[in-house]
Design a protein around this ligand. Structure first.
Ligand code: NAD
Length: 239
């Protein structure tokens, strides 16, 4: 599906997107590709998006991240744009959350972001240019619906990580921002009750709604925006 979206400054750039096999990450990959960006799509199994380099990368594994980045740099060049999107969403009562389950959510949603950003930023600083976007969640602001404590805490962490990188790298030509989506129609929320009635704009969000904001934040138009968390939630949370 084409959005007809066009932004300046992405043509010829190299982008790496995590969690890119389906849902929001897949759409971000397609929208960046359609701006002329050379995109590496990373997921547990290499995604097969047309005209995109597919990479198998578990973001929790430091060696996977290193190998994946090495391959992207060799085949596409240094990474200008990093989109941290891989995530898992586990619903379980807080008191029943095992340490292993807590740690798995933290590993994917927060440590994965750390590993990818730590690998990406030195080359961005060296080249004086970079765009980092982290996909957080409105749950990271509110604590979420009931029984998503680990997810909410991990998303608060990733949104704050984006801000910390912003302040450390603002002088190096690198912007770093986060998104806080809610109720985007993907497999991630398929097991939840239908929530569209709770969204003031009257519909669920789409991966396009998220991808368009990512493309804007990665574009030449957004060079003065850093350390920001952009809500993409149809008015579900107005703060
Ligand atoms: N759908 C929503 O309503 C919603 C709301 C707020 C935030 N988000 C966030 O948006 C992002 C994308 O969500 P989505 O709705 O497209 O979900 P999704 O479940 O459809 O896609 C998530 C992708 O991440 C990949 N992934 C999981 N663990 C990974 C790992 N260890 N290494 C690499 N890839 C891994 C999965 O294989 C999958 O392709 C997530 O970070 C999610 O938390 C989604």
């Amino acid at each position: 599906m084409a959005t007809g979206l066009h932004v300046d400054g992405l043509d010829g750039r190299v982008a790496l997107v995590t969690g890119a096999a389906r849902g929001i990450g897949r759409r971000i990959t397609e929208v960046l590709r359609d701006q002329g960006t050379r995109v590496a799509a990373c997921d547990l199994e290499a995604p097969s998006t047309p005209d995109v380099l597919g990479i198998a990368m578990d973001v929790t594994r430091e060696e996977d991240v290193a190998r994946g980045y090495d391959q992207v740099e060799a085949e596409l060049g240094p990474v200008d744009v990093l989109v941290v999107n891989a995530g898992i969403f586990v619903i379980e009562p807080f008191a029943e959350t095992s340490l292993a389950s807590w740690q798995r959510t933290m590993d994917v949603n927060l440590t994965g972001a750390f590993l990818c950003a730590r690998r990406a930023l030195p080359a961005m600083r060296e080249r004086g240019y970079g765009r980092v976007v982290m996909i957080g969640s409105s749950a990271g602001t509110t604590g979420g619906a009931k029984s998503v404590a680990a997810y909410a805490a991990s998303k608060a962490g990733v949104m704050t990580l984006a801000k910390a990188i912003a302040s450390e790298y603002a002088g190096a030509g690198v912007t770093s921002n986060a998104l806080a989506p809610a109720l985007i129609d993907t497999e991630m929320i398929a097991s939840m009750p239908d929530m569209r009635g709770a969204v003031p704009v009257g519909r669920l969000g789409t991966p396009d709604d998220v991808a368009a904001v990512v493309a804007f934040l990665c574009s030449a138009h957004a060079g003065y925006i850093t350390g920001e968390v952009v809500d993409v939630n149809g008015g579900f949370l107005i703060d």
